[in-house]
Design a protein around this ligand. Structure first.
Ligand code: SF4
Ligand code: SF4
Length: 193
């Protein structure tokens, strides 16, 4: 019959229209900011720097190798390397970033800085409410703004954070084993005289 297709189409539209008011999974409107949908674990926005322990300065994992600064496509990372060194998480003396800035007005959230960091020191954050009235300084995140704890990383990306912890613990165990072997070898060496 002529017009059956149109009637069927209208029935589907009507079903969807009514369903959108009553079926829970169809109620897609969220009363933001009072209500928020949970963000998926792989959601990302801008990078942040991870620190261990409870000291955001001494515990920063970044060793100022500048690989991320070099690889960042829009060149929005600015790092000044220290002249002195501080111990990293396995006690090895490392340089650190005296200055670490990210211009989030330029950052394109590509995550390349995270991919290239050999020290698991920079990860992608999920904070997105970062609009500012000022266009310049307010959008330049400094080291103190970027530093966030490993616990925070666990809270936003539990799966990835657990994998990173396991990897770092494995590396620390290898270093500890080597140190113990070297100490045992030194103790076993007979002293002259
Ligand atoms: S965040 Fe990683 S890649 Fe960037 S300077 Fe620090 S250690 Fe190097
Ligand atoms: S996410 Fe991309 S654009 Fe942003 S700082 Fe990292 S490398 Fe640069």
């Amino acid at each position: 019959m002529i017009g059956t297709g149109i009637l069927k189409g209208m029935a589907v539209t009507a079903r969807n229209f009514v369903g959108s008011y009553f079926e829970k999974d169809r109620l897609t409107t969220v009363q933001y900011p009072e209500e928020r949908d949970p963000l998926p674990e792989n959601y990302r926005n801008f990078p942040f720097l991870i620190y261990d322990t409870d000291d955001p300065e001494a515990g920063l994992r970044c060793v100022a190798c500048k690989i991320c600064e070099k690889e960042c496509p829009p060149q929005c990372i600015y790092i000044v390397k220290s002249e002195d060194k501080k111990p990293d998480y396995v006690g090895k003396p490392q340089f650190y970033a005296k200055v670490f800035d990210i211009d989030i007005s330029v950052c394109m959230s590509c995550q390349i800085c995270v991919e290239v960091c050999p020290f698991e020191a920079i990860k992608m954050d999920k904070v997105f409410e970062l609009s500012r009235r000022e266009r310049f300084d307010a959008l330049l995140l400094r080291k103190t703004d970027l530093a966030k704890s490993n616990e925070y990383y666990h809270s936003i990306c539990p799966t990835d954070a657990a994998e990173v912890d396991a990897k770092l613990a494995e590396a620390a165990a290898v270093v500890a084993k080597k140190k113990a072997a070297a100490a045992a070898a030194t103790a076993a060496t007979p002293t002259s005289g």
